[in-house]
Each structure stands twice: as C-alpha cells, then as structure tokens.
Design a protein around this ligand. Structure first.
Ligand SMILES: Cc1cc2nc3c(=O)[nH]c(=O)nc-3n(C[C@H](O)[C@H](O)[C@H](O)COP(=O)(O)OP(=O)(O)OC[C@H]3O[C@@H](n4cnc5c(N)ncnc54)[C@H](O)[C@@H]3O)c2cc1C
Length: 463
C-alpha cells in the first residue's frame, strides 16, 4: 500500500519568524558569529531560492528594517530583544593573548575587524594598497561636475542584502532608490546584432523558454555544491551555456541576450560560463516577464557614495588596527595555528586566528604551505583552485541631458520609451548601460555607466 506523505503543519507568520530566529541563534552560537549575520545570510539564500515570491519577501525585509529603525536597535540587539537571548559573543570569551589578523581592507575584511571591535575583540588588519581602503567598493564624488557620484566597483544594494542595509543605517548613512540605474516608466532596450529586440519580443520568447528553465532548475536545484548535487547539476555545471541554450531551443536573439546578461553579471567570457550561470539568474522570473535580468532588484545605493561605509568603519577602529601597504605573499603554519605571515616588504607576523578576505585571484597567488592548504575545507580548496576572477570594467560618462530616455523609433511603427538600461550583443563594445544618477537631485548632470569587457586573456585581480 502506498504510504501517505505526512502533512506539513502550517505555521503562522509570527511562528515562522520565531522558528527562523531560533534556528539563527543556534547557528550563530555554533559558528560564533552575530545572529544578524546568520539572518542576513538566510535572507540572501532565501532570496535566490524564492525569487518568485519577491513581493512578500520585500515586505518582510521592510518590516524588519522598520522594527530596527523605530526601536533604535542594532540588528544583533533586535534578534536578542525578540528572543530574550544575550548577544552571541563577548570580549570576555576570547583569550586576550590570542592574536587575530585580518588580511584585506575591502568591505568583508573591514567589516570583520569592525564587528570584532564592536564586541570588544582587538585585531590587526593588513591592507596591500599603500593608501586606499575599500578594494572593490570605490566611490568617486570628485571627478565629475557638480559632484555627481559614481561607483567604480559595487554599486547596487538589493532589498535582500539585509546585513549591508543594517550596516549602512547603523553607521548613520541613508539609502537612495536607484533601481538598477533605470527609470521606472520606460523599458529596457536590447540591441542584438545591430537591431532592436524589443522588450515585448524578448518576453514572448521568454514565455516559451521559462518552462525549460524551470524544468532545469527542478533537475539541478539551487545550490549545487561539491558535496550535494544531482546528476543533471553536474552535467549543466560542465556544459557551456551556449550549448545548453541551443539544447533547449532558445531563439537566436534570446540566446544572445542571455549571453550578454550572463557575461555582464558574472564577468567571465561567454565560453567560460556554464549552463548553471544563466539558469540561476533567470529561472525564478515570472513567465510573463524576463526582467529582472540581473537576478536581483538592485534597489539601493548609499547617498554620498558606498565607500563612506568603508571610511566610517575604519574611523571606528582603534588607532593601529589597520596597517596599510602590507601585501601578504606567503602563509605557513599548523592547521590549527599559529600561522606565519610573510609580506611583500620582507616582514613577518604571527596570527593565532587568521581571516583571509581577498579576491579569489589573490588567494590563488598566495604561496600557502601545502600541508596547511590541505587542511582547508574541501570546498575552500576546490574554490581556490578552480574559481575564475571576473574581468568586467565600468566606464563612466557625463552628459548634459538624458538622451537615453528619449522615445525611440524601433521600426514597424513602434515608438518605445527606454528606461536607461541597454543590453548589447556582440560583446566587443559594451554589454550594458545604466544611469548612475537615478534618484539624485536634478541639479546633477546625468551620468551613465557602461560595462565594458577587459581585453581577453588577462586577469584583473582585485580591480
Ligand atoms: C565593477 C564591479 C561592480 C560590482 N557591482 C556590484 C553591485 O552592484 N552590487 C554588489 O553587491 N556587488 C557588486 N560588486 C561586487 C562587490 O564590489 C564585491 O563583492 C565586494 O566589494 C568585495 O569585497 P571584499 O572585501 O570581499 O573584496 P575586495 O573589495 O576585493 O577587497 C579585498 C582587499 O584586499 C586587499 N588585498 C588583496 N590581496 C591582498 C594581500 N595579499 N595582502 C593584503 N591585502 C590584500 C585588496 O587591496 C583589497 O583592498 C561589483 C564589483 C565590481 C568590481
């Protein structure tokens, strides 16, 4: 006799939230990291997996944000207040003689040192650059006229980037709506092989393709990991995206749009992208619209520039915490520490706990003693050995007017109003444009950003 599957109990939203919070607290205690970071991680994973339920998720994120700001609590304190549990880590838990070293003064390394400091735990952060912190978070508010803000690196903060949004607010900054650099009333433009491929045409093709993306997602669910994967996941992971697009019968222009989008998002050449890359970007979109091509809502930016977050965190650290111009080149020691660090300038240091917060290309260059490398988690070893560094770059231009949102005759009697986003194929020029000044006061002149390919074959480590 067939066994009936046990019914899933329905929980109220409040019960669900509490269950999530309890799980987060357990994990935070186990991993010795703040509850807010666990919850932020959960939110990000969930956002990927449940992209189709975007609106509901946004409401929840907004509600948490509202609770946080209206109660005047930090993210960790909010978790604690809801659950009646203490903060998960204390300075007193850490032996004062334990020396913690963080390598890399980008967002991740700095936040690590900053969070440790918030908990009363000292650390030393070494940054290779002689004078600039921030790495790939690099705002420019001085080059263009009227102080127009542009981001050389990371621009957009998604709604589900809860930890980042908390951090921005807690440091005293405000977010502005930038919506992926697009204007709400218009539509994205796709310029394929020198001709317009309208949004309506792309959506028609997507209507036919969406079930195939959905089926593939079902067969190769997100995420596929080194220790938890399906047979189809492995196949798609090894199949070039162009072959997969041909296999599912993607129309030529649709295929090229997806290629342009995937290259733009992941920064790897067309051939280097496997089938899982476009799949996990688009498979959650509703069947009626291929947007958002970017895989997230890219809703916010920090007013005044994202890298104020960097400057503010650095300013809160005790003097001497950050040491500039120190590039780590070699690492040795026992798997459980201590670790000996050798720097480019010939100096050395010793760490009991070490945090490597560098781009993958820089980890690949690091001379790591083999016995130490072999003690890393298999996932980390595989990642360091196999991951590729993205090569996209941005080019910013400033104009006196926003010509790119003027209505355009796309032929066949159709006049379309662009929203500022334009994807292009082939990829020998640019892949995507967006307007960096969306949401800024009108006194600013308009600026547009293009994503351009770096020369084939060369890496762009950490740039
Ligand atoms: C063009 C571009 C656009 C992007 N757009 C977005 C976006 O819209 N939204 C988004 O969320 N993300 C975006 N990102 C990604 C985001 O910027 C990065 O994920 C994030 O900034 C990475 O921070 P990190 O601290 O991990 O690394 P990094 O910012 O790379 O920081 C690493 C730091 O380590 C230092 N370092 C490297 N090697 C050594 C060494 N051996 N010794 C000492 N120091 C070392 C580097 O100098 C650097 O300061 C974009 C990135 C780029 C490049």
């Amino acid at each position: 006799m067939a066994r009936r599957r046990p019914m899933r109990m329905a929980y109220s939203p409040v019960t669900n939230m509490l269950r999530r919070s309890y799980v987060a607290v357990d994990q935070a205690l186990e991993r010795d990291i703040p509850v807010e970071e666990v919850m932020g991680e959960h939110d990000e994973k969930r956002a990927k997996a449940l992209k189709g339920r975007r609106l509901k998720r946004e409401e929840m994120a907004e509600r948490r944000h509202f609770l946080q700001t209206s109660l005047g609590l930090t993210g960790a304190a909010l978790g604690a207040a809801l659950l009646g549990v203490p903060r998960p880590a204390f300075a007193g838990d850490v032996d004062p003689d334990v020396r913690i070293v963080v390598i890399g003064g980008g967002l991740s390394g700095l936040r690590c040192a900053h969070r440790l400091n918030e908990l009363g735990i000292p650390s030393t952060l070494y940054e290779a650059h002689p004078s600039r912190l921030g790495g790939r978070c690099f705002s420019d508010t001085t080059f263009f006229e009227e102080g127009a803000e542009v981001e050389h690196g990371g621009s957009f903060i998604n709604t589900e980037h809860v930890s980042m949004r908390h951090l921005v607010i807690n440091l005293g900054f405000s977010l502005r709506e930038i919506n992926g650099g697009s204007f709400g009333d218009g539509e994205a433009f796709y310029h394929i092989d020198g001709a317009f491929y309208t949004n309506a045409e792309a959506n028609d093709d997507w209507f036919d393709m969406a079930p195939k993306f959905r089926q593939a997602l079902n067969d190769a669910h997100y995420p596929q990991t080194f220790d938890a994967h399906t047979e189809e996941g492995v196949r798609l992971d090894n199949l070039p995206m162009t072959e997969w697009l041909a296999e599912i019968g993607a129309p030529d222009r649709f295929s090229k749009l997806v290629q342009s989008d995937t290259v733009m998002e992941y920064g790897l050449d067309i051939e280097a992208n496997h089938a899982l890359a476009p799949l996990y970007l688009l498979a959650w979109n509703s069947r009626s619209t291929i947007e958002p091509l970017t895989g997230g809502d890219e809703r916010f930016g920090v007013i005044g520039g994202n890298d104020q977050v960097i400057t503010a965190m650095a300013a809160e650290l005790p003097p001497g915490t950050i040491v500039m111009g120190k590039e780590l080149i070699a690492l040795s020691g026992n798997p459980d520490g201590p670790y000996t660090l050798t720097f480019q300038d010939g100096t050395t240091d010793v760490a009991d706990i070490l945090v490597l917060a560098q781009p993958i290309s820089k980890l690949q260059e690091l001379d790591i003693e083999p016995s130490l490398f072999n003690s890393f988690l298999p996932a980390h070893q595989l990642g360091i050995q196999n991951m590729l560094m993205a090569k996209n770059s941005k080019l910013h231009l400033q104009f006196n007017e926003r010509t790119w949102i003027n209505p355009v005759d796309v032929g066949g009697g159709q006049i379309l109003t662009p929203n500022g986003n334009c994807y292009q194929f082939p990829l020998d020029g640019f892949q995507l444009t967006w307007d960096e000044t969306v949401g800024e006061p009108l006194r600013h002149q308009a600026g547009i950003a293009l994503v351009v390919r770096r020369q084939q074959g060369g890496r762009a480590p950490g740039q």
